[in-house]
Each structure stands twice: as C-alpha cells, then as structure tokens.
Design a protein around this ligand. Structure first.
Ligand SMILES: Nc1ncnc2c1ncn2[C@@H]1O[C@H](COP(=O)(O)OP(=O)(O)OP(=O)(O)O)[C@@H](O)[C@H]1O
Ligand SMILES: [Mg+2]
Length: 285
C-alpha cells in the first residue's frame, strides 16, 4: 500500500504577534497517513500551537509571523479555502463546553453535519455510527449542559468524528476527566485506530492510556521538536525526557530508575502489565 505523507512541516517557525520568543521554532516533521501519534512536553512547549498550525487556526485566526511551510495533504494550510481544511482536520480540546450551541446532544451532532450540507440519509447513517462508537445513545435527548464532564467530552469527540475528518487532533482531551471517563475516551480512540484509517494526534500529559495506542511519540520543549520516534525507542530515552520536563509512564520510569542504578539492561516496558511480567522474569533469575 502506498503510504502518503499527510502532514509535512518544513523549517517552520511561528511567532505570535507581540511576543519576543517564537512559540514554534525550526520545526521539521512528517506524519504518514494512518499514524497514531502521541505528543508530550511541558507547559508552554508549543504543543497547542502545533495543533493550531495543522488545522489552520494559525495563521488563520491568530496574528503572527510565519516562516517555512506546513502542508496538509500536500497543500499549504493557507492555500485552503475557508472551512475546507477544518473538514479534513478535526480538533477536540480539553474544555468542550465552549463548543456547544444546541438544545440536545442529538442536535449538537446533527448541526455540524447539516452545516456542511450532508444529505438526510448520510446524516442519519453517520449519527448512528458515531452514537454507537462513543456510547451516547442514552444521552441523545439531553441538553448538553445537563450532562457530566466526561459525557460532554464524548459529545465533543462525537461531533468532530461526525465530520469524518481524515486527521483527528486531541489537545489534552482528558485533562478534566476522572480515570473512568478518561478510559472511555481512549476506548473510542482504540476503536478508531482498529477500524478506521484516521491519522490521530493526541496531546496528553497522562500517558498510561496513550502509550499502548501510540505508534510514535513526539517530545516538544521550549518551542522545539526535540524527539520524534517510534514509541519504544522514544521512551528508551527516558533520561532525556526527564531532563526536558516530561514524565514517562510509571512502569517505564521504574525500569529506567533500575537501569540508572545498574540493575536493569534492556527495553523498558510500555505498560504496567508488561512491567509486571518483566519483573517476574527478573525476580525468577
Ligand atoms: N495567543 C497567543 N498569543 C501570544 N502567545 C501565545 C499565544 N498562545 C500561546 N502563546 C505562547 O506560545 C508558547 C507556546 O504555547 P502553547 O499553548 O502552544 O504551549 P503548550 O505546549 O500547548 O502548553 P500547555 O501544556 O500549557 O497547553 C507559550 O510561550 C505561550 O505563552
Ligand atoms: Mg496546550
């Protein structure tokens, strides 16, 4: 199968107006279609600005100075017609509240689809698909402001998915959620990864759910992209991650600390279950 470069960022620098330091500096990044990419890095590193740059909010909605190039599907983001790029790239933020306008969850989902001129049959089909995927059928008739934070976030995700974007970006989608609701959001992402060919980019501080799904990881720090690698080799560089203010998941950190003390050589486990197994092996020796 031909793998296409769905996102290509070259020598890209972005400085918001009236700031002295660029939010993103000399970024080079290629993402292939169908990838599942995790993005981590400390506050202010430029993660959200990178998301904005891919969906055209930067430079569309913000003033600043751009150097270099950001292409989505081979086309520079500014060269897309208004609204065209937003259909290709769907973004979910951590605070869904601001996005809601309708009186019921169902209307919220249908509204966006009507807006892009889909037929009734298509709207019905997508509504069924997305409702099942995000487990919202019991909530369709409720007002969006009467549901819980976790449910709101599933509605926000469903509304974006109903647009069937080729690229889905989630910017800290679970930072306001409890572990159960967080798990449900990641369950949807896991199904998407399995069943669809979306390119998915997830910016997340909480890594326990992200790491098992991500094929590759990006570390941002101080406006720069400092590391981009497949998930395992990425976390093998835990020393650098810690130096840059990013925290590997607990199981990895544990094995990294063993490594630092000369007690363990080899690959760090990606999950707690993997770590437990490794530990059993080590203790057995
Ligand atoms: N609208 C704006 N105008 C001016 N500067 C901005 C604007 N938005 C972000 N910045 C600056 O750009 C830099 C990168 O911010 P960004 O929000 O992209 O970081 P982040 O990695 O998403 O951080 P966080 O983890 O806190 O969400 C920061 O120095 C921030 O102050
Ligand atoms: Mg951010």
């Amino acid at each position: 199968m031909h793998v296409s470069k769905i996102i290509e960022v070259q020598d890209y620098t972005w400085k918001y107006i009236n700031t002295s330091v660029p939010a993103l500096a000399e970024i080079n990044l290629t993402i292939e279609e169908g990838s599942f990419v995790g993005v981590i890095g400390p506050n202010g590193a430029g993660k959200t600005t990178l998301a904005f740059s891919i969906d055209g909010l930067v430079p569309g909605q913000y003033n600043g100075v751009k150097k270099g190039s950001v292409k989505v599907f081979g086309k520079e983001v500014e060269d897309y017609d208004k609204g065209e790029l937003q259909q290709l790239v769907g973004v979910v933020f951590s605070d869904p509240e601001a996005q809601f306008t309708a009186m019921t969850v169902e209307d919220e989902l249908v509204f966006g689809m009507e807006n892009i001129g889909l037929s009734l049959a298509e709207i019905k089909e997508r509504l069924e698909w997305v409702t099942e995927l995000t487990e919202l059928s019991n909530l369709l008739m409720k007002p969006p402001y009467e549901i819980s934070g976790g449910q709101k976030q599933r509605v926000a995700l469903a509304a974006v998915l109903a647009m069937r974007p080729k690229i889905l970006i989630l910017d800290e989608p679970t930072s306001m959620l409890d572990p159960v609701s967080r798990g449900r959001i990641f369950k949807v992402l896991a199904k998407l990864k399995e069943e669809e060919n979306n390119t998915i980019i997830v910016i997340e501080h909480s890594l326990e759910n992200l790491v098992p799904l991500a094929d590759q990881m990006i570390l941002m720090s101080e406006s720069k992209l400092v590391l981009h690698d497949k998930t395992q080799p990425f976390f093998q560089q835990s020393k650098m991650l810690l130096e840059k203010g990013a925290f590997p998941p607990g199981a990895m950190l544990f094995f990294h600390l063993l490594h630092e003390r000369g007690l363990y050589q080899g690959e760090y486990p990606l999950t707690v279950a993997g770590g437990a197994e490794l530990l059993r092996d080590l203790m057995g020796k």
